[in-house]
Design a protein around this ligand. Sequence first.
Ligand code: 5AD
Ligand code: SF4
Length: 444
Amino acid sequence: MNQKMTTLKNLKFFVHTFGCQMNDNDSEHIAGILKSYGANPSDILEESDLIVINTCAVREKSEEKLYSLLGRLNSLKKKKGKKFTIGVVGCVAQLHRSKLLEKMPYIDFILGPDNYRIIPEIMTNLFKEKIISTDWSKDWHEIPAAQTLRTSRVSAFVTIMEGCNNFCTYCIVPYTRGREKCRPSPQILSEIQELAHSGYKEIQLLGQNVNSYIDPNSKKGFIDLLKEVNTIEEIAWIRFITSHPKNFSPDIAAAMKDSERVCHQLHLPVQSGSTSVLHRMKRGYSREDYLQIIMNLRKLMPDISLSTDIIVGFPGESDKEFQETMSLLEKVRFTNIFSFRYSPRPLTEAEKNKDEVPFAIKKARLIAVQNLQKIIQIETNQLLVGRTIKVLCTGKSKKDPNILSGRNAGYQVINFSSKKEVLYQFVDVLITSSGPYSLLGHTL
Ligand code: 5AD
Ligand code: SF4
């Protein structure tokens, strides 16, 4: 402990995060661990002593962005010398391991998503050897709450499980994050209690496939966990991400409806509107199964806000199959979507399939999806103009510090002006205008 303290005390670190909420949360842990040894976070890359890059391997594009950042850091290191430490952690580290070091010998350490706890030890022994650690452990490793440096003061991610057993044919996650591993529920609940005491108002339960959560000791499932979290009074809004249609039983929808603190909002990745593509993706549900889930959700909670992920140009996707994705978007009318061009990833089953959709077609399909969704969002957001909506103010707008920013229960971005101090509070906002991606208004 002492040696680690001596090495890390007053060291300035910078954590750069690529990818999903899971990575955001891991980066909060990395920063918290470093801070607990006396190191300080820095906002300026050039002035830092240690750079930790938390990487994402889910699509080729995010990997490319990593390599361009590493190129910049190499030039900086040449200027700053040996004392500038570069660590690559997370999914790309897990995927390429020592190959990264062969190509970029200036990297100082490489750690998989299950290994970043050892950064303080590494920093203590750094100049003796380069460290590559990408082992997975089967057991859950608890990170003390004190070792989490949260970026938000009102909304917190709480990891409930890690990894994935699904092996969808396009997806690299099971190879980088390993198999499913669930966190014992007493630990989850005590972290949320602590967050509640420190003033957090919203929590998001986090995992690659939260619906398949099962407590490793009591064997209780996701619904029991959700109901227990719902008893923590100070937490006003509960969300969970990511759900899988294959595991999203009607009981989960009913538990959402019955748990008054659970927001009527759900991210449910469909990936494609075509049953044949879904079959080739090994998703485990059909277009009809998905639409049935949506119908049931809307019957129980007519105000539910739904979002999804879409992949266009999966190998062999015909124009007819693509049109089924378009018609699903028209049918469901999601509040928001995240859409991607299929990107072949190493180790996955689909990558071996040579029936690739040409790049120009993938590109055109992505534009078509995004244009259609934009129209849907313009139309649905317009309906909110003139209404007063409850918003959790999460901070100031990035573009204009006089404007505050927050989200409603449906997880839509709302920018608003306010006469009184409402930072980090719930407020009622009158919506005065709308765009496809956000809503504008003011407090009353
Ligand atoms: N290509 C494109 N998108 C992908 N996703 C996962 N793997 C790939 C891939 N190989 C998308 C899925 C997933 C989201 C997190 O990323 O839509 O839900
Ligand atoms: Fe990837 Fe499928 Fe697992 Fe999601 S459910 S992480 S898409 S393998």
